[in-house]
Design a protein around this ligand. Sequence first.
Ligand code: PXP
Length: 243
Amino acid sequence: MTHLDFSVNVDHVATLRNARGGSFPCPVEAARVAVAAGADGVTLHLREDRRHIRDRDVERVRAEIAAPLNFEMAATGEMVAFAERIRPPYCCLVPEKRAELTTEGGLDVLRAGPFLREAVQRLRAADVRVSIFIEADPAQIEAAARIGAQAIELHTGTYAEGPLANRDAQLARLKAGATAARAAGLLCHAGHGLSYDTVGAIAAMPEVTEVSIGHFLVSQAVFEGLDATVRRFRAIMDAARAA
Ligand code: PXP
């Protein structure tokens, strides 16, 4: 069984910091704790409005944290230029709307204009491994492969945050997406809305090579501590993977 990489998203440590306009709690310090507790990587989403992560946070994580940075970004000229300067090992292209609370759905690769392909090419030319956040739809997955992405990240929000009664059907849809991704020669990542209750079924899919978890993890850390929360996620994923 391939190793399942666990990338910890610390965006909401920055949300808390920004609530008071100071420097505490520090997302870079959170990244350090998460990696020491067993995270394989760190995810940061630099949004156009800088509502949580700021440019300096990305620069510092890149410079100070040895584990790979997965840089989440919209496919805009500003963000591609930023990534070309920072050169994160991994990038995940996401749709971004100003008014949304969080990323609401996958990128529509089929209907995207030529800039998406150009963004993928520019990032790859800067030695960045490019992933695209999409729905588990085989047509979208094949389109991601056609424009040169090396990975896709399956949107798990509908499964993880939807009604309990729909979970099996949503898991079957994600499994089909994961299979389609591997058949298209892509790495398959997964994320959005995952919690202790929902991560196991995703970790049990051998096609999935990386999960990215943020909001629940940072929230749970308020009660359990960040170190313990990362360790508990790791244990749940390892047990599900081995079963
Ligand atoms: N993957 C992507 C592409 C995301 O946009 C997010 C949210 O920033 C996540 C994973 C993590 O989702 P959550 O914060 O709900 O765990």
